[in-house]
Design a binder for this molecule. Structure first.
Ligand code: A2P
Length: 297
């Protein structure tokens, strides 16, 4: 399986990252250290995970060269005002102890007022000013690649087809797992040259046990003499996505980096099982944010 994917910009992005959402302060640093020690070269972070300082300190302390690590961060909803985008990047750069990000994503297609976190309809309905400020970050050299996260096909299409776009998003990071495999979405993004990244690839905290316990996953694991988590993580990369398994447990961190091509018949069987049931999404903040609609519809 590919250890990297190549983006339209020519950048090579490692196919397996350490996900650090929900890796709290006090535990995330040792997780990053453990990951770098066993060969991870891709950390997927975000300003709102509230752990960039500790991730940055671990990177600095690891002795691994900055240019050998792929670092992603994301624009919070409260920084969508075009004037705030650079501020957000600068805050992430300072916290992560670095002068550039490999990838910067709009975290959600939803703008929130910085004062109180409530829904900003104008900046949400027209996301292009925010995107232009993202493009400026590439022009200024603070960010190498820009992309989006949690954008459905409709919103991605709306952004891509804007007449004044100068840099198309190269990545869309979304929830993808056995219970929410989104095959049509994947095909559409591929057709439009947008590489997809899978968050909550094991099903997230709530569904990881159920996912790894599935008889089909267990059977494939036994057959190939690998672990259930390795079956699922390999399946993601074989589907053509970057995969971002989260763990703060060193033994699991090591386990999750070892991916193997599944024989075609087993891959097809797992794919058919995943797409063969009603999809269930584990994360949807639409209601919590008081939106008058569902962002994934
Ligand atoms: P922990 O961080 O305590 O090791 P996802 O990547 O889909 O969001 O899933 C994250 C959840 O899966 C976390 O609860 C994490 O626990 C757990 N997890 C990560 N890797 C493995 C693994 N190899 N085996 C079992 N559970 C895992």
């Amino acid at each position: 399986l590919p250890s990297h994917f190549t983006l339209p910009s020519g950048s090579r992005i490692p196919s397996v990252a350490l996900g650090v959402w929900k890796a709290s302060r006090g535990e995330v640093g040792q997780a990053v250290q453990a990951a770098l020690d066993v060969g991870y070269r891709h950390i997927d972070d975000a300003r709102v995970y509230n752990n960039e300082e500790e991730v940055g300190a671990a990177l600095l302390g690891s002795g691994v060269k900055r240019e050998d690590v792929w670092l992603t961060s994301k624009l919070p909803g409260t920084y969508h005002d075009p004037q705030d985008v650079e501020k957000s990047v600068d805050e992430s750069l300072a916290a992560l102890n670095t002068t550039y990000l490999d990838l910067f994503l709009i975290h959600f297609p939803v703008a929130l007022f910085p004062e109180n976190g409530t829904y900003n309809e104008a900046l949400t309905e027209n996301m292009f000013p925010t995107w232009q400020a993202m493009e400026q970050m590439v022009v200024k050299g603070k960010v190498r690649n820009i992309g989006i996260s949690n954008f459905n096909i409709w919103r991605t299409q709306k952004l891509l087809s804007h007449p004044n776009i100068t840099i198309a998003p190269v990545i869309n990071q979304v929830e993808l797992n056995f219970f929410n495999p989104q095959p049509g979405f994947l095909a559409w993004m591929k057709e439009h040259n947008i590489l997809v990244e899978a968050y909550s690839p094991l099903g997230g905290e709530g569904q990881v046990g159920k996912t790894l316990g599935l008889p089909i996953v267990q059977d494939i694991a036994t057959h190939l003499d690998i672990t259930p988590a390795q079956v699922i993580i390999s399946w993601h990369v074989q589907r053509g996505t970057v995969v971002l398994p989260k763990s703060v447990t060193p033994s699991r961190i090591e386990e999750n980096l070892k991916i193997t091509r599944l024989p075609d018949a087993l891959f097809e069987k797992l794919e058919a099982a995943a797409v063969g049931h009603k999809p269930e999404r584990t994360l949807n903040p639409s209601q919590r944010w008081g939106l008058p609609y569902d962002i994934f519809d």
